[in-house]
Design a protein around this ligand. Structure first.
Ligand SMILES: [Zn+2]
Length: 386
């Protein structure tokens, strides 16, 4: 099969000593400490085959190129990748994908050949303390397709059937291509769903919501907050195109740096909320360290901040700004559990995230797709197969 792969050199930084497991599997727990001189390539690999009776073989139809995918090959001055996360190379990246089932294992009863599925790429181990407490999104012992096992920027992928979520309910409302676009957007949207409704749980109908950052996470937050009955949804992103998308997806007002200096945001948000501030802030920026002080200035007393972004330099935290205003902070990551509600909301016509797709490329043009995904005006780039 044709596939995009990332290769690199295993060269632990001076002073970083990988443990035995990392060395044995060539799987860094923190890629930025080990992997150097990364490269993208389009290659031909052996067609994958089912490994167990509970696997399904998926022909990938749409696969997202995420910011964290780009970080697998973005490097610092010393040539090390910037991804501060697990990674094994060489590897087929792509942790946001959907496709058509073309073969099912003998023990698979809930999926059939021809079914459209979105793929949960996080594969919890089921044995670690996090898994045993039901906190599967915090499992660090399992695998993550696209980071330490092969992902979806390829023609085919083998997927455990429990992690292939049916998209068939979308067929009444979406055409064939759009079904798989929604499927590829389930991963980022499920992260937001889990953050808002499983981990934080403070957002209620009638609340005012502020969203910082209008990439895929922030845009999904706009749509989900609207679907959850938010009275007012206000969003900010430095880039005008993304602020425009936020309004398209349901924000009452969205500002970019063209209209508004970020320092003016707190006073404008107070004007928009009768002086109170917002009840919930969603931190969906790629630079979460910068979100914290801004979020604190936007919040109503007793408000809540849901942090979803990762990466960037650390920020400063002033405890009294939180305690004195009875503010809570929640930090959430992981997508397990969020796919089915995101699919159901699309099937019911309550949300439609497909407008955030800013470009579609064939697998053979994968390297151009990677380049396209670095354009800050674009919210989501997909690699697609018809
Ligand atoms: Zn686990």
């Amino acid at each position: 099969m044709r596939a995009l792969v990332v290769t690199g050199d295993w060269q632990p930084r001076p002073g970083y000593v990988p443990d035995e497991e990392e060395i044995a599997d060539r799987r860094a727990r923190n890629a930025s400490q080990v992997w150097r001189h990364p490269q993208w390539a389009t290659v031909t690999l052996p067609d994958p085959v089912l490994r167990s009776a509970t696997d399904v073989l998926v022909r990938v139809r749409a696969s997202g190129v995420a910011v964290s995918t780009l970080r697998m090959t973005a490097t610092d001055d010393d040539g090390y990748v910037t991804l501060p996360y697990r990674m094994a190379l060489p590897l087929v990246p792509g942790h946001e994908f959907a496709g058509e089932v073309i073969e099912v294992g003998s023990a698979v009863s809930d999926l059939r050949v021809g079914d459209a599925v979105a793929v949960e790429t996080l594969r919890p181990c089921g044995r670690c303390p996090a898994c045993r407490r039901g906190r599967v999104n915090a499992c660090l012992d399992g695998q993550f397709a696209g980071f330490d096992i092969d992902g979806g920027l390829a023609e085919y992928a083998v997927v455990p059937s429990a992690h292939a979520r049916s998209l068939e309910a979308l067929r009444e409302r979406f055409d064939d291509d759009a079904v798989f676009q929604v499927g590829a957007l389930c991963e980022p949207a499920a992260i937001v769903y889990n953050g808002l409704f499983e981990v934080d749980r403070h957002l209620r109908p009638g609340m005012r919501v502020g969203i910082l950052g209008c990439g895929p996470l922030g845009l999904a937050a706009v749509a989900l907050a609207r679907a959850a009955g938010a009275a007012r949804v206000l969003a900010f992103d430095p880039v005008p195109d993304r602020a425009g998308l936020a309004e398209l997806l349901g924000a009452d007002r969205a500002w970019s740096e063209r209209e508004l200096e970020p320092t003016a945001l707190p006073s404008v948000v107070r004007d928009e909320t009768a002086g109170r501030g917002v009840d919930v802030v969603v931190g969906a920026s790629g630079v979460p360290g910068e979100v914290l002080p801004v979020a604190q200035q936007l919040l109503a007393i007793g408000g809540h901040v849901v942090h979803l972004g990762v990466g960037g330099p650390p920020g400063s935290f002033r405890p009294m700004a939180t305690m004195g205003r009875a503010v809570t902070h929640t930090f959430s990551m992981g997508h397990i559990g969020g796919f089915d509600p995101v699919i159901a909301l699309h099937a019911a016509g309550r949300i439609d995230l497909t407008p955030m797709v800013g470009g579609r490329w064939a697998l053979e043009e994968g390297l151009a797709a990677v380049e396209h995904a670095t354009d800050k005006r674009v919210a989501k780039t997909l690699v697609v197969q018809t």
